[in-house]
Design a protein around this ligand. Structure first.
Ligand code: NDP
Length: 435
């Protein structure tokens, strides 16, 4: 902690991994005395830069840009870019650290990275977003490349922002390569990439439920967020016969006891992705639903909860209410949405609980598949990509079970994911020497 002052989120992410990995290292001689975990917590490189841009009134604005190149032992750095006013070094270091383990779990050759800016795309015109993305890329382009570091989207960065950043990279470098993933379908993007994190989270939860001989049919599901991950998680739950009764955004949550069917979901997608409006407008169109300001949706009775908004959005009190209400499965679509105290509640109750680094790995998995397609200069069908995604989510589940099952047969997915993620990176670092 003294080396990383004022970085609570980074400390939280490291503590969770250390708790699982240190006892594992103590039992396995080959990982001892090599400072492996100590090396992993030290980013290989951190770039912090000025991002100046001009707003629609002709005024000069300035934001701070970051890229954390955390670990390249098993492949080029890979991880999203986040644009949100809360972005700081601690949040991006936690995300880059988590990403290293997540990418390792996917079985694809990708190292860990993350980046972003404290820029807030909300309320900005399309042209302002474009100018910002171009200025951000003016500096970032020196540090990334298809074989070096391949960013993608995250909170506040979707297809539009990736498109503007890709256009600027191509102009400056005069090369058309797979330097970013999440690109538009017409210029190298992979089919299923937009759907993949939400779908993957639901596939993972499906595997968890299957360990109890159960599935999504007839299940009541509460999802937080209403962005990319939440939208496609809702779509997949509907497909598998579950009923999603709540979504949320940064202002509160929306409850629709009748369930958010495909027509209502199409409206939410238009509202959030095209009109860039507020989730509260849903109740104007569907008056049977209610919108509650300044609260989170975890008090709603459900069988399955999928936190898909942001870090630390589900605390100990929320976890206790979920358990009291009979929730049997929590799979994290977001990164570190449950506080450490909430995780303890889930683990003590021995419900099915999976951390983001396992349950939301579908996004980066499909990004990895986008990189493969770009290198091959080929385009795979939706069916092929979706099948690969399903297979890999299943494999990640199997790895968690392998390293996380205790003598009673209970699966600790936190332990399983952290150890499985660690082993591959550690083996590569050992083989490559002290570099
Ligand atoms: P989006 O920007 O598309 O959506 C984020 C959603 O979360 C929005 O509904 C937003 O509310 C809400 N939200 C954001 N910040 C807060 C906050 N501080 N408090 C309450 N609500 C908040 O992002 P994504 O869906 O892409 O990402 C969601 C999560 O999933 C993040 O943790 C991200 O790191 C993780 N993730 C995303 C992947 C991807 O492929 N996109 C891959 C793996 C993980 P509002 O609508 O009001 O802005």
């Amino acid at each position: 902690a003294k080396n990383n002052p004022n970085e609570p989120e980074f400390m939280q992410a490291v503590a969770e991994v250390a708790e699982a990995v240190i006892p594992f290292i103590e039992k396995n001689k080959k990982y001892q005395n090599k400072m492996l975990l100590e090396r992993m917590v030290e980013a290989e490189r951190i770039i912090i830069f000025r991002v100046p841009w001009i707003d629609d009134q002709g005024r000069t604005q300035v934001n701070r840009g970051y890229r954390i190149q955390m670990n390249s032992a098993i492949g080029p750095y890979k991880g999203g870019i986040r644009f949100h006013p809360t972005v700081n070094l601690s949040i991006l270091k936690f995300l880059a650290f988590e990403q290293t383990f997540k990418n390792s779990l996917t079985t694809l050759p990708m190292g860990g990275g993350k980046g972003g800016s404290n820029f807030d795309p909300k309320g900005k015109s399309d042209i302002e977003v474009m100018r910002f993305c171009q200025s951000f890329m003016n500096e970032l382009c020196r540090h990334i490349g298809a074989d070096t570091d391949v960013p993608a989207g995250d909170i506040g960065v979707g297809g539009r922002e990736v498109g503007y950043m890709f256009g600027q990279y191509k102009k400056i470098r005069n090369e058309f390569t797979g330097v970013l993933t999440g690109k538009g379908i017409s210029f190298g993007g992979s089919l299923i990439r937009p759907e993949s994190t939400g779908y993957g989270t639901v596939y993972f939860a499906q595997s968890m439920l299957a360990t109890k001989g159960d599935d999504f049919k007839g299940k009541t599901v509460v999802i937080s967020g209403s962005g990319n991950v939440a939208q496609y998680a809702t779509e997949k739950v509907n497909e598998l016969g579950g009923k999603v009764v709540a979504l949320s955004d940064s202002l509160g949550y929306m409850y629709d006891a009748d369930g958010i069917d495909s027509e209502k979901l199409a409206y939410i997608m238009e509202l959030k992705n095209e009109l860039r409006g507020k989730l509260s407008d849903y109740v104007i169109k569907y008056p049977n639903a209610k919108y509650v300001y300044d609260e989170r949706p975890w008090g709603i009775k459900c069988d399955v909860a999928l936190p898909c908004a942001t870090q630390n959005e589900l605390d100990e009190g929320d976890a206790k209410i979920l358990i009291e209400n009979g929730c049997i499965c929590v799979a994290e679509g977001a990164n570190m949405p449950s506080t450490p105290e909430a995780v303890v509640v889930f683990q003590d109750a021995k419900i099915l609980y999976a951390p983001g680094k396992a349950a939301n790995a579908g996004g980066v998995t499909t990004s990895g598949l986008e990189m493969s397609q770009n290198s091959l200069r080929l385009k795979w069908s939706s069916k092929k990509v979706d099948e690969r995604l399903k297979e890999i989510m299943c494999d990640i589940h199997t790895s968690c079970v392998k390293y996380g099952t205790d003598e009673t047969g209970h699966v600790d997915y936190v332990k399983g994911a952290n150890i499985a993620g660690f082993v591959k990176v550690a083996d590569a670092m050992l083989a490559q020497g002290v570099v």
